[in-house]
Design a protein around this ligand. Structure first.
Ligand code: FAD
Ligand code: EPU
Length: 344
């Protein structure tokens, strides 16, 4: 092998510019890969074989709790390829390093539907299947066909179809049983040439009506989603955050009914099975955390589910705040909040 063609491995790299919480941590080693071949070369190094490793995308769903004593592999695998099309669908394969929102914009330009409700979610395409990203009533799985991934022990390329990924709410096997085992290199999606719009979530339809739009296009839906998101969610370039810090808890209907007796205004979303999804933001706000600060770690003043870094919060300080919130919510409501953010 030509040693000089291996991707460079940098020592003692700052992680502050590459995580949206702006945590000032460092990694012992850092490399960036632009092709699956690059990865195989990195896997051939002593540094990879003798240290922990972590795959990084856009860093919008990670909390670096401390310095990382190992190798960070930044995925920059490019490319959007049209695989096939007919009257109804376009099948595209997308490199894991493509910025998710660039992909959404590309699909809008082509007039292909399916991603419009997922507009403006930060991060890269390769991370989208990890937690089956979702917003405004749509989840990745609704357009997902398959993905390719490389096993980080064997170096073997493997294909996963939708059922193999076991998608759920903010979940897949890549977040549970196969956590850290693979790097996703590309995903294949089926986008629709006759889009079916999903307007029933939250105030999406209301937002369109307010704009005087009666028969929305996928672009209209995307614009409405962007407006709603901009009004609710803090921009990570202005204030460090990783979106929702916890998942919304899903509880049995009986437990929800008991809670309703004590808190008649508790919101809940009935799922297809006998369970109810409760907004974690409501539980956290009820515990009095909205807008609260512990040093530079805080709970956003407009949205209680978003933990923020006001400047120099450490990963430990944010973790401490998250634990305090979990304890209080457990004490008051008997519900264990589970982090959505990946704690490293
Ligand atoms: P990273 O944060 O870099 O990584 C996340 C996890 O995925 C890590 O465990 C990492 O190891 C793993 N990973 C990343 N890439 C790969 C790969 N190629 N192969 C294997 N493992 C990999 N999420 C939603 O679902 N819906 C939302 O509406 C939403 N809104 C958000 C709003 C804001 C303001 C922010 C900051 C975040 C929001 N998120 C949302 C969370 C986040 O944007 C998504 O989870 C996104 O998919 C993370 O992408 P990333 O590239 O930044 O992943
Ligand atoms: N609420 C409060 N206090 C607040 C904010 C919200 O009580 O400060 C209550 C309200 O009752 C509100 C409800 O929580 O109706 C839901 O709030 P919101 O519509 O803002 O949605 P969310 O449940 O907080 C989820 C996702 C978001 C996604 C939006 C839109 C999770 C964990 N979060 O947020 O995803 O963008 O719905 O679909 O499921 C992310 O994953 O990072 C993320 C931002």
């Amino acid at each position: 092998m030509n040693v000089s063609s291996k991707p460079a491995i940098k020592k003692h790299a700052s992680l502050k510019p590459v995580n949206t919480l702006h945590i000032d941590a460092t990694a012992d080693y850092w490399t960036e890969i632009g092709s699956p071949d690059d990865l195989l070369k990195v896997m051939d190094t002593d540094i990879f074989n003798h240290h922990a490793h972590f795959i990084l995308g856009g860093g919008s769903n990670v909390l670096f709790a401390k310095d990382f004593h190992g190798l960070i592999i930044k995925n920059s695998l490019p490319g959007i390829t049209l695989i096939s099309e007919d009257n109804r669908h376009a099948i595209i394969e997308v490199g894991a390093g493509v910025v998710w929102d660039d992909l959404v914009n590309y699909s809008l330009q082509q007039g292909w539907g399916g991603l419009e409700n997922l507009s403006m979610i930060p991060g890269l395409t390769g991370a989208a299947p990890i937690q089956n990203i979702g917003a405004y009533g749509v989840e990745l799985e609704s357009v997902f066909v398959s993905l390719e991934a490389i096993h980080l022990k064997t170096g073997r390329k493997e294909k996963f179809d939708k059922s193999m990924c076991r998608f759920g709410y903010r979940e897949s096997i890549f977040k549970t049983t196969k956590k850290g085992a693979y790097i996703i290199t590309s995903i294949t999606l089926a986008l629709s040439k006759q889009p079916e719009l999903h307007l029933d979530y939250g105030n999406l339809r209301k937002e369109l009506t307010a704009e005087g739009i009666v028969n929305p296009s996928i672009r209209d839906v995307s614009r409405a989603v962007r407006r709603i998101r901009s009004s609710k969610l803090p921009d990570p370039s202005e204030i460090g955050n990783a979106g929702s810090f916890f998942k919304n808890p899903v509880i049995p209907k009986d437990q929800f009914r008991q809670m309703q007796e004590i808190h008649p205004d508790i919101p809940g979303f009935q799922l297809a099975d006998d369970r109810v999804k409760v907004p974690a933001a409501w539980l956290i706000e009820r515990c009095g955390f909205k807008g609260k600060r512990m040093g530079d770690a805080g709970v956003h003043e407009r949205h209680a589910l978003i933990l923020v870094n006001y400047g120099n919060a450490t990963g430990q300080e944010l973790l401490e705040l998250a634990r305090t919130i979990q304890e209080e919510v457990r004490g008051q409501f008997g519900i264990q909040l589970e982090p959505e953010v990946n704690i490293v």
